[in-house]
Design a protein around this ligand. Structure first.
Ligand SMILES: *Cc1c(COP(=O)(O)O)cnc(C)c1O
Length: 458
């Protein structure tokens, strides 16, 4: 059902992440490879085609709840998953379908499923994998909201998180049990400026026979492609860099098509006959996009967090400039980090793009184009100084978001992480002295001037 048959996602995804660069040979240049468009080309074109009804070149906002069936047989085949097509916008929508195909192409996956928020994407993934009493292992260096979702909300489903240290791959192995169904990490961890060793943790997941889920929100597929390092499922908060303009909430699940659900036999939703759909086995019927199909036609159908067509359109428009924005974000982020590191009121700067960061080597491996634009630094004045700084900035906006064109600032201990115990805060990289910034794409001189005046007043 994700797309009409002609729009079925390409198996294995695109061949390259990066543009091949200018070619030599002038007139003898070969025609571009049909199967290997570069990242910037995919960011503009993947999944989109002129509207068949009107020729509209931009993807239309299909602001409709439902779609007329050709006849009763057509309706029956749609409901049986025997034909691909639209039924109802809670399950899919043509604007959403373009967004899904585009992000899947950028991540090198087989299919995507866009939903209402990043948290909804996580909920949908675990609903597809877990049964009551099951466990999963997650890095404790996560977005604060994910710590709450995993540690508290999921308990109501009897799903249990076991925390590991994202900076110590061996700790994931130690947290495995018979009931472990997945490992979950962020690529660049929020908010601490930590880069996780994806390949080392992927090896542990493979040996344990469980999928590795990577939240790639802070890196975006432009800076890091987790599938290349062994991820099986990638999730995003589209709210951040992919949408990029701070105007819509959304999330996405990307199926990398790499996990053998039938061979594993530990995921009955994917491998056993499904009573909801006349006994089909998802893994058998849908092959390397079975996870995305089950997530859509079972979890999204029954839990309901659909993305609106308008938000899908705004996020799709944002993605067209992702490479341009990320280049500017990371260049500004590095310049600001270097400036902060030399400031007398700043105790430390945790930016993996700085050569003295303990994560610099990992950043060069996993994010060679730049270590993101969201990181933390410590104020010598502690909690009081953090509160004062966020009150005095003028260009920076004091709010709870990241990945906007605008520069943003927050003091996690008094806001996003205040529900956690002070021990949990410190372990999540959000201690009392920590300030987190998301460096925008304004002129870097103006960003630095604003921090300069606010720090001078402390
Ligand atoms: C924001 C965020 C989320 C949650 O996404 P929402 O769209 O706010 O639901 C998850 N993970 C990370 C890393 C985030 O930054």
């Amino acid at each position: 059902m994700p797309n009409a048959p002609k729009a079925k996602p390409p198996k294995g995804g695109p061949a390259t992440t990066a543009s091949p660069g200018p070619e030599k040979g002038g007139a003898h240049r070969p025609p571009p490879s049909r199967y290997g468009p570069g990242f910037a080309t995919l960011a503009v074109h993947a999944g989109a085609r002129p509207d068949p009804a009107t020729g509209a070149r931009a993807t239309p906002i299909y602001q409709t709840t439902s779609y007329v069936f050709d006849d009763a047989d057509h309706a029956a085949s749609l409901f049986n998953l025997e034909a691909f097509g639209h039924i109802y916008t809670r399950i899919m929508n043509p604007t959403q379908a373009v967004l899904e195909e585009r992000v899947a192409a950028l991540e090198g996956g087989t299919a995507g499923l866009a939903v209402a928020s990043g948290h909804a994407a996580q909920q949908i993934v675990f609903h597809t994998l877990m049964a009551p009493g099951d466990e999963f292992v997650a890095a404790r260096q996560l977005y604060g909201g994910s710590i709450n979702q995993f540690g508290q909300a999921f308990l109501k489903y009897d799903w249990h998180v076991r925390w590991a240290d994202g900076t110590e791959p061996a700790s994931f192995e130690a947290a495995l049990s018979e009931r472990t169904k997945a490992i979950f990490i962020e690529s660049i961890a929020n908010p601490g400026g930590i880069v996780i060793d994806i390949e080392a943790i992927a090896r542990i997941a493979r040996d344990a026979g469980v999928p590795l889920i990577v939240d790639n929100t802070l890196a975006s597929p432009y800076l890091c492609r987790p599938r290349d390092f062994g991820a099986d499922i990638v999730v995003h908060s589209l709210t951040k860099y992919l949408g990029g303009h701070g105007n819509s909430i959304g999330g996405i699940v990307v199926d990398c098509g790499t996990f053998d659900w039938l061979g594993s036999g530990r995921y009955p939703t994917l491998s056993e006959p499904c009573p909801s759909y006349h006994g089909i086995r998802f893994a058998e019927t849908f092959g390397d996009f079975a996870f995305a199909m089950a997530a859509r036609t079972l979890a999204l159908r029954d839990l309901g967090p659909a993305i609106s067509p308008m938000n899908a359109f705004l996020i799709l428009t944002g993605i067209e400039t992702l490479p341009l924005r990320m280049e500017k974000h990371v260049a500004n982020a590095l310049a600001v980090a270097e400036w902060l590191a030399a400031h007398p009121k700043v105790a430390w700067v945790n930016y993996p793009g700085l050569e003295d960061s303990p994560y610099h080597v990992l950043a060069r491996k996993y994010c060679p184009r730049g270590a993101g634009a969201c990181y933390s630094f410590g104020l010598k004045g502690g909690y009081e100084a953090g509160v004062a700084l966020v009150s005095r900035v003028e260009l920076f906006s004091h709010l709870a978001n990241i990945g906007d064109t605008r520069s943003l600032i927050i003091h996690p201990a008094s806001t996003t992480h205040r529900q956690l115990s002070s021990e949990e805060r410190a372990r999540a990289g959000a201690g009392d002295d920590v300030v987190r910034i998301s460096v925008g794409i304004e002129d870097v001189e103006d960003i630095i001037a604003d921090l300069d005046q606010a720090l001078a007043a402390l």
